[in-house]
Design a protein around this ligand. Structure first.
Ligand code: ADP
Ligand code: ADP
Length: 229
């Protein structure tokens, strides 16, 4: 059985005529890195937000790790879904140190365990020496790594990333594609990444989910996409 399963998932915003996401089905295996690829307005962010629990689907169901997190009779709030989120603008807390940013979601952990976990995830993203710094002292790429470390800290079932590369200039973008993928692999986590950039999608994912006007047009590995245009 797949690790994450979207079934017949639909979202129609109340002020809109046609569905933003229209009866999509998607199965994701544990450890897979998936990208949702498609032009602006095709429903990628809406899909991501429904998985995260920030947006209520109109119909269909979502299962994560054997747990139904949404269907007609159940709704699990975002904080109970085991999800790590990396926002497009990173959304770091400017007044908190990197260490405090990274442990922000670990409020039930002991101080000692928080420190240990911060060290682990900051090592994982290559920023062990930056624990006591503040976000504005870090470069864009470093801030993104902090955001990823914060998402990974609670050991989530899945990491969701919304356009993680679009705020980076060309050179850094290539580097971060490589780094983010390497970090996700090392953390052994499942990830769903939204992008409108084909190069991003091909560089980082095991499978690319191509969306258009609210539906899934194609699902294939980058390799197979090159093979059959
Ligand atoms: P993408 O992430 O692919 O750019 P979105 O999921 O953001 O696409 O948007 C899909 C469609 O839903 C678009 O037509 C967009 O205008 C519409 N939409 C997104 N969010 C809302 C909202 N909160 N209220 C109404 N319409 C929305
Ligand atoms: P992005 O394309 O950068 O992912 P969007 O511009 O689609 O983001 O959406 C930014 C925010 O605006 C989201 O919270 C989304 O739900 C909301 N939004 C997008 N389109 C609409 C719309 N047509 N009406 C109302 N809210 C919208």
């Amino acid at each position: 059985m797949s690790f994450i399963h979207l079934q017949n998932l639909t979202k129609t915003y109340s002020n809109a005529g046609s569905p933003a996401v229209n009866h999509i089905d998607l199965s994701i295996e544990k450890g897979e890195i998936i990208t949702l690829l498609g032009p602006s307005g095709c429903g990628k962010t809406t899909t991501l937000r429904m998985i995260a629990g920030f947006e209520q689907p109109s119909s269909g169901s979502i299962r994560i790790d054997d747990k139904v997190v949404f269907d007609e009779s159940s709704y699990l709030p975002p904080e109970k879904r085991g999800i790590g989120m990396v926002f497009q603008d990173y959304a770091l807390f400017p007044h908190l140190t990197i260490e405090k940013n990274v442990t922000f979601g670990l409020n039930k952990w002991s101080t000692l365990n928080k420190k240990k976990r911060a060290k682990e995830v900051l090592e994982l993203v290559g920023l062990a020496d930056y624990a006591k710094r503040f976000p504005n002292e870090l470069s864009g790429g470093q801030q993104q790594r902090v955001a990823l470390a914060r998402a990974l800290a609670p050991r989530p079932n899945v990491v969701l990333m919304d356009e993680p590369f679009s705020n980076l200039d060309a050179g850094l973008r290539e580097r971060m594609r490589y780094d983010v993928t390497a970090i996700l692999r090392k953390a052994n986590t499942t990830a769903i990444i939204v992008t409108h950039d084909q190069k991003d999608a091909f560089a980082v994912s095991d499978r690319v989910v191509v969306m258009n006007q609210g539906v899934i047009q194609q699902i294939a590995s980058p390799r197979d996409m090159y093979r059959c245009p």
